[in-house]
Design a protein around this ligand. Sequence first.
Ligand SMILES: Nc1nc2c(c(=O)[nH]1)N[C@H]1C(S)=C(S)[C@@H](COP(=O)(O)OP(=O)(O)OC[C@H]3O[C@@H](n4cnc5c(N)ncnc54)[C@H](O)[C@@H]3O)O[C@H]1N2
Ligand code: MOO
Length: 397
Amino acid sequence: MIPVEEHLSKILAATRTLETMTVAVDAAAGRTLREDVRAAVDLPPFDNSAMDGFAVRFADIASASAENPIALEVVADLPAGTQADPAVHLGQAARIMTGAPLPTDADTVVPFEETAGGLEHSIGQVEVTAAHVAGASVRKRGEEHAARDRILRAGVLLGARQLAAAEAAGVAELTVTRRPRVAVISTGDELRAAGTALLRGQIPESNGVLLATLSVSEGAEVVLRTVVGDGGDGLRRALDEASERGADLVITSGGVSAGAYEVVKNVAPMTFVKVAMQPGKPQGFGAGHPLLFGLPGNPVSAAVSFEVFVRPALLAMQGRTELTRRTVRLPAAEGWRTPPERAQYLPVVIGDDGVRPASSGASHLAASLGRADAYAVIPAEVEKIVPGDVVDVMLVT
Ligand SMILES: Nc1nc2c(c(=O)[nH]1)N[C@H]1C(S)=C(S)[C@@H](COP(=O)(O)OP(=O)(O)OC[C@H]3O[C@@H](n4cnc5c(N)ncnc54)[C@H](O)[C@@H]3O)O[C@H]1N2
Ligand code: MOO
């Protein structure tokens, strides 16, 4: 058996980064950024009010208090979006709304709560009843970023927050990686579509949707999804079709262990190894174009193998900087057994008191995947987990 890291480094060494393309910001969700994003404008673009209230000269109101209110003449009314820059002389104020540009003559905003009377009755005159510091409630031009400052680094995943940051900085287009094209091929004579009547020996096929959905959630486009039998030339034809459809990466499941009908082992141009992990021991990999991944057929084995081997390759193809899932250390709320000499990837549920196994850990327990929030990752040399042990937990939700 070879260590997980050894198999993964072979895979990454064979993985090439895909070409880039330019897309509108709102078409970039789920893609990987390939060029740093720099602000097109200062952020904020101009000095503006943080509150609904009055733009004043601080020198006028420095001594204002409830006992000693200071009256100012209100000479303008400034909603957000106004281009006006009215003169505000000593003794004067401008009514101003949140986000409106601060008049050049003013340096401070007094929220209307710190005046006598509400906003409605303030055109004409206002009495200021409190003072803080010069510059209070003013958002300064460029206080977050200057134009040309870097907002996002190449290599990050673009999600809602990153896209909003780009648009807030005045950026309309992003350089991203084209979506990797993935083919998902399930193998096995026993597999039937969910919902169809099952004869003895048949089971519902579930790795197809698992691996296709995982691929899409990592930024890929699924160009082929099919099920082939253990005999005949179904797998060979599916591999040809994957290439014709331009697949960058092919994922098969099943047919890689030691049995008499191991179609992937017999047909696919992959190297087959045993990796010191449970589940996921038998693995096939082909380092050409497309990259070929021969995952074991047991559903939990396929899911874990995707996380540990396919996902890093898909991210590397897209130029992602961080290839590993976020791992946190959490206590085990229950004990469990671990396999000898193999790293364990156990589906777990995260609770307030720590993690609990979602199943006994056997790789055929497909429904346990539906409960799992994460995988506990236990090194090969650890013999068992007792309650209270702190373990590495790979977050996948
Ligand atoms: N003598 C040995 N037998 C096995 C070994 C071994 O070392 N020596 N390894 C075991 C391990 S570990 C695993 S994991 C499995 C891997 O088997 P295969 O990859 O060859 O997969 P299959 O035999 O085709 O299927 C295994 C299991 O999973 C079910 N399956 C397959 N595809 C799907 C699918 N698309 N959807 C749902 N379920 C699927 C299949 O019916 C089998 O029950 O080998 C052990 N054996
Ligand atoms: O490696 Mo298998 O995936 O242990 O069940």
